[in-house]
Design a protein around this ligand. Sequence first.
Ligand SMILES: Cc1cc2nc3c(=O)[nH]c(=O)nc-3n(C[C@H](O)[C@H](O)[C@H](O)COP(=O)(O)OP(=O)(O)OC[C@H]3O[C@@H](n4cnc5c(N)ncnc54)[C@H](O)[C@@H]3O)c2cc1C
Length: 429
Amino acid sequence: MGLASYYRASAAAAPTHPLLSGTREAAVCIVGAGFAGLNTALGLAERGQRDVVLLEADTVAHGASGRNGGFVFGGFSRGEDALLAELGPVAARRLYQGTQDAVDLIRTRIARHQIDCQATDAGVLWANWFRDPAPLRARQALLAEHFGTSWDWVSREQLAEQVTTRRYSEALFERNALHFNPLDYAHGLARVAGGLGVALHEGSPAIALDRAGQGWRVRTPQGEVLAKQVVLACGGYLAGLRREVDAGVLPIATYVMVTEPLGARLDEVIRTRAAIYDTRFAFDYYRPLPDSRILWGGRISVLDRSPEAVKRLLLRDLLKVYPQLEGIGIDFAWSGLMSYARHQMPQVGRVDEGLWLAQAFGGHGVAPTTFAGEVLAAAIAEDDPRWREFGRYGLVSALKPAGFLGAQLSYWWYQARDAWKDRREGRAA
Ligand SMILES: Cc1cc2nc3c(=O)[nH]c(=O)nc-3n(C[C@H](O)[C@H](O)[C@H](O)COP(=O)(O)OP(=O)(O)OC[C@H]3O[C@@H](n4cnc5c(N)ncnc54)[C@H](O)[C@@H]3O)c2cc1C
């Protein structure tokens, strides 16, 4: 089996959507059919605004949305402690709650529209890589006190019953979380939005964006959309339409691999059906798949590596945690681009009259893109002002190309700090 995306290889034949050709008028044109664009389109259609064109340069969820780890949980890339310090308790809690509501909305959409995406509603474990339990206690208390969220304490003994590794101490368990096949879910969203009247065009990159009367003209190689409102939702796969929009994010790569089916060996190492990540800055994230494989992700880099290189790196990481799996085969490995703003929060809102933006969801985007889709759909269809809650986290320059160097250096710095903590605790990094 060639190394490629497990999600692509296992997807049911996805419906194709025609190229845009000729001139088309619409109330709203959305650029980018990742989760940000799809959720905005569906949110608009659900609010009665069905005159929507969704343009995708490649195929639905070609970017991060169709390649990610499949963790669906609350919060943002920016930590809750930073949100609290920057926004104060009321505004921080409202934003955080938006992502929790999004997790519920994802569950509801899967059930209501019978989206077959291997959803496993078994929560997420945040496992302590280090011996000191204080950071877990502190986060648990902060979430309970300021965010109305309770994460359960999982003792070392309880964790040992769920995973056979000496790497972790205790863990926190986030119950309101699930994991799923994100590409199948994206195809489901596209089907539902299409059924409500959204016109989706694949292979239709937006190549120019200009003012046209009261609205905008979005050109593609074979056509154009004249729309009153435009939403840019291109993530790390920069659209190249507005300089300040592309300049606001750094595309950063992260990697995923999928093992061969492990059969009974899976239960020898992972007995929980929860998804798992750990407390390091450069954490591993992984989950058991229904066909007894392990999907394993990790690392971030400014480099987009080859599948062979991804496999080598991630297999080494997996064997550090589960050395008893030495010798297993890896069937798939791939990478994807996340988009990060300097402030590590999504950029959601209006950037010009009738021009909207949803990008910079970083490595924590499934629920936040769902939240952003709701916020933007409500803004456009109902003039709802909630998008202003993201106002503090605007379009600041990501300082490219120095920003790439800065991002890589700070990653290495945090990685080195984690390795140093490991050595201090008497373990090999
Ligand atoms: C490997 C990996 C693992 C991750 N794991 C998780 C996880 O487990 N949980 C989680 O919550 N988050 C995770 N994330 C983050 C999450 O996937 C992203 O934050 C989220 O999918 C971003 O969605 P998006 O719609 O903004 O961008 P994308 O999904 O990247 O979509 C952007 C789309 O825009 C299209 N596009 C670009 N330019 C144009 C143009 N000019 N015209 C038309 N279309 C255009 C692209 O082709 C692409 O399809 C992960 C990300 C990666 C890469």
